[in-house]
Write a protein that binds this ligand. Structure first.
Ligand code: NAD
Ligand code: IPM
Ligand code: MN
Length: 365
């Protein structure tokens, strides 16, 4: 029997509700040969309430000794005026990313996955604009403005937005490895503000140098991050490929990707320190799987949150951490089948509840 140890972090707001459905899906794949050992812990606001901090050392340690981490969402108005930054609820997630050194956050978005019918019927965009959109954002996840020095005074505040060559190199390599897993290789479209920011000029130089020297077979395009936002809303297919971005630009462009399908409720993500089978140096592979959305406090506790993003995180975990590609596709197909059947939560114009959606996906596996 193979037993995988999974750390479960439901967090705040809609987090516990969507996590319950993901656990149902995960458990459906247990067999006498394959077991999942689930350890559930607090993170975010609920951890602050009990332990006085958003993530404890014990939880960090559990993350470092698990085969994968499933994370739902943190934060909410209850903690908004208390501590922020690394000490606020969101800091629990940031500290975990840093502790695991999961420097690349993969955020796939396509108008056919999870379902072409929701894109057709629900996207705010015309179908001819978004038909065939298929990209993955590779967001640098452990550096930049998120983790630089900070000054926070009554009348002045500063976030240092810095990158080292090594930080840019490793995420560039990972983005190229993602590109090479497609046939023919996808282009890498690197976002920056090299016309304004010094860190972006280094970003552009290092991305260019690394790609030319190590991945000459992958086409590289540099795109200013602000105009990338416009292109995503006017000609999104021209961004098809791997969108490589630093922590801040990657955060923004991946939320904007939610507008293509019409909701953040269906977009999963994988935070990794490498891809299975790659040559990148690492002590051991780590993967934390989290929806792109947050804790959606205004819809929490009503059984109306869309569990699809969290459920698709289970698929990404199967793919990237547990060598279960067939099972990953099985989850993705079940999600597609249920969405195409018309069963949808209110964010997609439907009436289905969170639990109903999860049950239907389990039945469709
Ligand atoms: P949000 O992603 O929580 O919500 C944005 C919009 O999308 C809202 O209209 C919300 O109702 C909707 N939405 C999000 N997920 C949904 C789902 N699964 N089903 C249906 N609708 C969904 O972003 P926000 O409102 O800016 O932030 C709320 C809180 O979440 C803040 O405290 C923020 O810091 C936190 N946050 C956490 C994470 C995370 O834990 N990874 C990510 C983003 C924001
Ligand atoms: C995300 C979130 C987080 C981020 C917050 C909650 C720290 O918005 O995962 O996209 O900004 O990275
Ligand atoms: Mn975000």
């Amino acid at each position: 029997t193979q037993t995988s140890k999974i750390l479960i972090l439901p967090g705040d707001g809609i987090g516990p509700e969507v996590m319950n459905e993901a656990i149902k899906v995960l458990k459906a794949f247990e067999t006498p040969q394959r077991k999942f050992e689930l350890q559930q812990e607090l993170i975010g606001g609920c951890s602050i309430d009990i332990h006085g901090k958003p993530v404890t050392d014990e939880v960090k340690q559990a993350a470092l000794t698990s085969d994968a981490v499933l994370f739902a969402a943190v934060g909410g108005p209850k903690w908004d005026n208390a501590r922020r930054g690394l000490d606020g609820p969101e800091g629990g997630l940031l500290q975990l990313r840093k502790a695991m050194d999961i420097y690349a956050n993969l955020r796939p978005c396509s108008s056919t996955s999870p379902s072409s019918s929701i894109a057709k019927e629900f996207s705010p965009f015309r179908h001819d604009v978004i038909d065939g959109v298929d990209f993955v954002v590779v967001r640098e996840n452990c550096g930049g403005a998120y983790f630089g020095r900070k000054i926070e005074e009554e009348k002045y505040a500063m976030d240092e937005w810095g990158y080292s060559e090594a930080e840019i190199q490793r995420v560039t390599r990972l983005s190229a490895e993602v590109a090479l897993r497609h046939n023919p290789p996808w282009p890498v479209i690197s976002l920056d503000k090299a016309n304004v920011l010094a860190s972006s000029r280094l970003w552009r130089r290092v991305v260019e140098r690394t790609m030319v020297a190590e991945y000459p077979q992958v086409k590289l395009v540099h795109q200013l991050a602000d105009s990338a936002s416009l292109i995503l809303a006017t000609n999104p297919r021209s961004l098809n490929g791997v969108i490589l971005a630093d922590n801040t630009f990657g955060d923004m462009i991946s939320d904007q990707a939610g507008s293509i399908v019409g909701t953040l409720g269906v977009l999963p993500s994988a935070s990794l320190n490498g891809l299975p089978g790659d040559k990148m140096p690492k002590t051991r592979p780590y993967g934390l799987y989290e929806p792109t959305h947050g804790s959606a406090p205004t819809i929490a506790g009503q059984n109306i949150a869309n569990p699809v993003a969290m459920i698709l995180c289970v698929a990404l975990m199967f793919r990237y951490s547990l060598s279960m590609e067939a099972e990953a596709q099985c989850v993705e197909n079940a999600v597609r089948k249920v969405l195409d059947s018309g069963l949808r939560t209110p964010d997609l114009g439907g009436k289905a509840g969170t639990k109903e959606m999860g049950d239907a996906i389990v039945s469709a596996l």
